[in-house]
Design a protein around this ligand. Structure first.
Ligand SMILES: Nc1ncnc2c1ncn2[C@@H]1O[C@H](COP(=O)(O)OP(=O)(O)OP(=O)(O)O)[C@@H](O)[C@H]1O
Length: 651
């Protein structure tokens, strides 16, 4: 078990985080210098009426082109005006212009980029087309047209610059969103029932803030240069009002005789642009990624726990769906559209789970277990689609519900526990904040009530020091603690069905046992149904009443767990059980099934397992293999299941 670091949280966790961030910036000499320069500059410019030594328009024709002195720290210009005062007042124009441009660029670019990257599909196509069109517009021409149309308005020019800069931001935000939208904690947020907007704002935005900060800082520098260039060309704010670009413009007229005059505005612009870039980098680096602890995979021993009457309908079974079942799935078929074409990855899968029952979905990696689970939650990865099937849950067919309706059920009536508990928690928020968010979404509680309920839930999952844990960030938790938090989050709205996708795979053996015990206890208390996705027969034996074995997108065997262990009727199940490390005999090599699970595009005709099967005959490859029922409730997709039984008896 990973040992969590000693607790150092104060009651308000956000404050220390912010302090640490400033501290981190200040620890970098370049970042600290740039931030100091920028803060001083903005403060001085903002306070120009108080700190400027002279009126920026006041002329003194007796002292034109004076060099730096005690009276005029940066000298005077061609009309004897104080350069320092003009720089301070001129900065107001420049910074307001930069704020307009950056504000418009962010207000447009970030939401559109998030939408395109997160929602995808048509929204993405439309947004991409618009950004491509805007990117094709030459910036300088557009700015000249705007300035001449809007009577030299600097504000109009900078807003236009922001509009023209937005497509670049859209592209960056879209790419960053696509990269994180599949992260487990984003999926978890959707399972908890958060809307698309809430998920984007709370879980995606903080994660992609690094590239946005860098883009904004670079764009601020570019906007300052553009604003100065327009002023240099005599567009925008006009003389005698001071602007940094205007000061360069008038200094350039006397460059050969009075070269000093160009230095203060030129250096100020150059240093400010540099400072924007350095502060952006420092901010990005200071927020830094929060890394999750590495997860580990271990096995656990088998304990046979007997059976009950959960009934698997299997595929090709047209009996009516049982009204008593908590979940009844029939003919579930999932297709994916990939660049190589359309392919089926899950085919004709069916099963039922009763209230208070646990059904195990077993198989090697790539058999379609997770896609089956995600299809039930309406959370298939992009390109995936349920093309056939029915899924009855509390009287509704989940596959026929709209986005909003399934969103309301997720997190409230159907919970999910993911394989990697730490990855399923958002590193940007404390544990308490994340669970409270689920509670407040579903039960519209007050902050105070949600806080109390969070502690109660953490206590319910047997978390030591629940108040302290509520204030921790995910990276401060061990794997076992994180899985307890994840379970607490899933249970927040008291779901009727829990989908547990390899919930203990990442944990070490003692923690696995504790988590499974906890799940059993909660199930006894609440009567929820559990679909347990696993490749571990030990977990199946320990937890499940019924096992469904999947191979290459199909159910190949299903029965009560005890029957499957005693009398497997499919060579694939038999092979899996023989290669189960818990049953290994000392000194003998572990028998493994030769070959690997074929990818959906390479599924063989007939029995999909036949190329790996020692019992296969010509019949196995000849045509579709039906789902047979050799004994009540025991189904197999093998035409040689009687031979397998005889083989087992002879052994
Ligand atoms: N986003 C996707 N696009 C296309 N095909 C996919 C996608 N995700 C999964 N698949 C395909 O679906 C099949 C089933 O995958 P799934 O993740 O359900 O397997 P699994 O049995 O859960 O394996 P594991 O235990 O490794 O998660 C695989 O063959 C995989 O190639």
């Amino acid at each position: 078990m990973t040992v969590s670091p000693p607790e150092t949280d104060s009651p308000s966790s956000a404050a220390p985080r912010r302090a640490t961030m400033l501290h981190r910036i200040l620890r970098r000499p370049l970042g600290a210098a740039a931030l100091t320069l920028l803060v001083c500059l903005v403060a001085a410019v903002w306070a120009a009426p108080l700190v400027a030594p002279y009126d920026p328009l006041a002329q003194d024709l007796q002292s034109v082109f004076a060099g730096p002195s005690f009276q005029h720290l940066l000298g005077t210009d061609d009309l004897g005006r104080d350069v320092l005062s003009r720089l301070l007042y001129g900065g107001q124009v420049s910074f307001i212009g930069v704020a307009y441009a950056v504000g418009v660029m962010l207000l447009l670019g970030v939401p559109l980029g998030l939408l395109a990257g997160f929602v995808g599909g048509r929204a993405d196509a439309v947004i991409r087309s618009i950004t491509d069109i805007v990117l094709a517009i030459p910036n300088i021409m557009a700015l000249l047209v705007v300035v001449s149309t809007f009577g030299q308005s600097q504000a109009a020019a900078m807003v236009t610059l922001g509009l023209l800069g937005a497509p670049g931001t859209v592209r960056i935000v879209r790419a960053a969103t696509i990269a994180v939208r599949k992260d487990l904690y984003v999926t978890a947020a959707r399972v908890y029932g958060l809307s698309t907007f809430q998920t984007m704002v709370r879980h995606i935005l903080p994660r992609i803030s690094g590239p946005i900060i860098v883009k904004a800082s670079l764009f601020a520098g570019a906007a300052l240069l553009t604003e100065s260039s327009l002023a240099f060309l005599g567009l925008g704010v006009q003389e005698p009002q001071p602007t940094w670009g205007g000061m360069i413009s008038s200094a350039s007229l006397y460059l050969s005789d009075h070269s000093w005059e160009i230095v203060p505005p030129g250096l100020t612009i150059a240093l400010t642009v540099l400072a924007f870039g350095l502060v952006g980098d420092a901010l990005r680096d200071a927020r830094g990624p929060v890394t999750a602890s590495k997860v580990r995979r271990r096995a656990r021993p088998i304990v046979d726990r007997g059976t009950d009457n959960t009934r698997d309908l299997g595929s090709e079974n047209n009996a009516p769906l049982s009204p008593d079942a908590c979940l009844a799935v029939r003919h579930l078929t999932v297709d994916f559209t990939t660049p190589e074409g359309r392919r089926t990855v899950v085919e004709d899968v069916g099963f039922e789970i009763g209230y208070g029952e646990t059904v195990g979905l077993v198989g090697e990696s790539g058999c379609g277990k997770s896609i089956t689970g995600r299809a039930l939650l309406g959370l298939l990865p992009a390109g995936g689609e349920v093309v056939r099937g029915e899924c009855r849950f509390e009287g509704k067919d989940l596959f026929r519900l709209g986005r909003a309706e399934i969103g309301r059920l997720r997190g409230r009536r159907i919970g999910l526990i993911a394989q990697e508990p730490i990855a399923s928690l958002d590193p940007n928020f404390t544990v308490g904040n994340q669970i409270a968010q689920v509670l407040r979404r579903h039960d519209k509680m007050t902050r105070r009530a949600a806080k109390a309920r969070v502690v109660e839930l953490l206590r319910q999952v047997e978390m030591p020091d629940p108040e302290g844990v509520a204030r921790k960030y995910p990276h401060q938790l061990s794997g076992g603690m994180a899985q307890r938090v994840s379970i607490a989050g899933s249970l927040a709205a008291e779901p009727a069905l829990l989908i547990a996708d390899e919930p203990t795979t990442a944990l070490d053996v003692t923690v696995q046992a504790e988590i499974l015990k906890l799940l059993r206890r909660i199930q006894q208390d609440t009567g929820m149904a559990i679909l347990l996705i696993t490749h571990d027969w030990g977990v199946v034996a320990d937890m499940c009443s019924r096992a469904i074995v999947m191979y290459a997108g199909q159910v190949v065997e299903s029965s009560e767990v005890r029957t499957v262990f005693r009398e497997p009727r499919h060579p694939y199940t038999n092979g899996l059980l023989l290669s189960n490390p818990h049953g290994a005999q000392k000194g003998l090599p572990l028998p493994a099934i030769a070959g690997t699970v074929p990818a959906p595009e390479n599924w063989p005709t007939g029995c999909r397992f036949h190329p790996r099967c020692h019992m296969s005959t010509a019949d196995c490859a000849a045509g579709r293999i039906p789902l047979l029922e050799p004994s009540a409730g025991h189904r197999t997709r093998c035409i040689h299941h009687e031979d397998l039984k005889r083989e087992a008896i002879l052994r």
